[in-house]
Design a protein around this ligand. Structure first.
Ligand code: SAH
Ligand code: SF4
Length: 391
């Protein structure tokens, strides 16, 4: 029987050290491997020239560097780029890169589908397929980072001593947001293992304030994240009271607002900045009235936060509509007039459907071609909701 190869992308630094020790190799070999894989983007073990030949041969036998296969690679007019990735069994997830003048944000997925089933989310409507492994999560960053780096006009390698550096001439990933498909805190161990690699200087070396976990409110895991890996936290709120949030985000029935906000307050001392972000998806006639804006002000009065108003990205099965821009502005004004920090997220990648779950939904749903044509051409004006999180 052939034993499946270990995916070296699955290991954070400690796990790599343990693996290398198990192969009777010296500890510094683990560091070398981390650098070859994550810093230099090498997937061919034979190219790892400073590893002993016998070690390489042993590794080739047992291990591999295996990111998710790419099904589709799309580039929007504004530079937003989206990859659809195959996770097997007819399922797919997506990663989206959003370049801006002063940063490049990669949005990555944590699960194939999602069990939380929020009313307004097309990933939720697809149901839950499976958790991604930590290798499949960090593999999204590994793939995008090295692909973009090696593209002409992106960044240029400079041979500085003692370590070579990168001159940023164009696109490069400076921020990661876990806002793709899935609920990251329901795949906790694998997500934390991937987050550790994002922060690790031997891998991607991102600062904690440039890595954001977005959650629908898995209260016990918010507390664990504060201890294990306190990156920036964005909480998907979407309603100013339990009655409405119970309907929009069913997880609220398990962890109601009082408990969720208490967990947010407990997280704040660990957060990389002195505020949290609340996401609020603007749904026409559902959660966008003046009364609800005032209720939101009261709800969040005692917590240091920024509120990100997200224009709803409609999809046919939702039966919901995007709030008109004037309504979003009026809602924002009430928050701003009461001294809160609020922003309206701008749309990106409109021409390539760069939105959570939309493209993956198309692939899964191969049979519904007619409906999809309507979805692509008439109804959907897709957006992403990823930019400027750390403003
Ligand atoms: N499961 C996590 C992270 C993934 S969803 C969470 O819910 O936070 C990322 C963000 O996109 C969340 O704030 C979510 O509420 C929002 N979102 C999902 N579907 C959307 C849609 N159709 N239009 C606008 N925002 C949406
Ligand atoms: Fe899951 Fe987040 Fe979508 Fe809700 S919004 S169904 S938690 S991915």
């Amino acid at each position: 029987m052939i034993t499946p190869r270990i995916n070296l992308l699955d290991f954070d630094a400690d796990q790599m050290a343990a693996y290398v020790a198990g192969l009777n190799e010296k500890p510094f070999r683990a560091k070398q491997l981390m650098q070859w894989i994550h810093q230099r983007g090498v997937s061919n073990i034979n190219e790892m020239s400073d590893l002993a030949k016998s070690f390489r041969a042993n590794l080739i036998d047992k291990a591999e560097i295996a990111p998710l296969p790419v099904i589709k690679d799309e580039l929007a007019n504004d530079g937003t780029r989206k990859w659809l990735l195959d996770v097997g069994a007819g399922n797919a997830v997506e990663s989206v890169f959003i370049p801006e003048d002063d940063r490049g944000t990669l949005c990555i997925s944590s699960q194939a589908g999602c069990a939380v089933n929020c009313r307004f989310c097309s990933t939720g409507h697809q149901g839950f397929s499976r958790n991604l492994t930590s290798g499949e999560i960090i593999g999204q960053l590994w793939f995008a980072e090295h692909l973009l780096r090696n593209e002409p006009g992106a960044v240029r390698r400079i041979e500085t001593y003692p370590t070579p550096g990168w001159e940023h001439t164009g696109r490069v990933i400076s921020n990661v947001v876990m806002m793709g498909m899935g609920e990251p805190l329901l795949n906790y161990d694998n997500v934390v293992s991937a987050l550790r690699l994002m922060l690790d200087d031997r891998a991607y070396g991102l600062s904690r304030r440039r890595v954001t976990v977005s959650t629908s409110g898995v209260v016990p895991m918010i507390d664990r994240l504060a201890q294990d890996c306190p990156v920036a936290l964005a909480v998907s709120l979407h309603a100013p009271n339990d009655a409405l949030r119970d309907q929009l985000v069913p997880l609220n029935q398990k962890y109601p607002l009082r408990e969720l906000l208490a967990a947010c307050e407990r997280y704040l001392p660990f957060a990389p900045r002195d505020f949290l972000t609340f996401e609020y998806c603007m749904l026409d006639g559902v959660n966008d009235s003046d009364v609800q804006a005032k209720e939101l002000v009261r709800l969040l009065a005692n917590i240091k936060c920024k509120i990100n108003l997200i224009p709803f990205n409609p999809f046919p099965e939702s039966g919901l509509k995007r709030s008109p821009p004037q309504r979003v502005q009026a809602f924002a004004n009430i928050l701003l007039d009461s001294g809160m920090v609020a922003t309206v997220r701008k749309t990106r990648g409109d021409d390539i459907a760069a939105a959570c779950g939309q493209l993956a939904g198309d692939v899964i749903d191969r049979t519904r071609v007619r409906e999809r044509a309507v979805h692509d051409n008439e109804i959907i004006q897709p957006i992403t909701w990823l930019n400027r999180l750390d403003d």
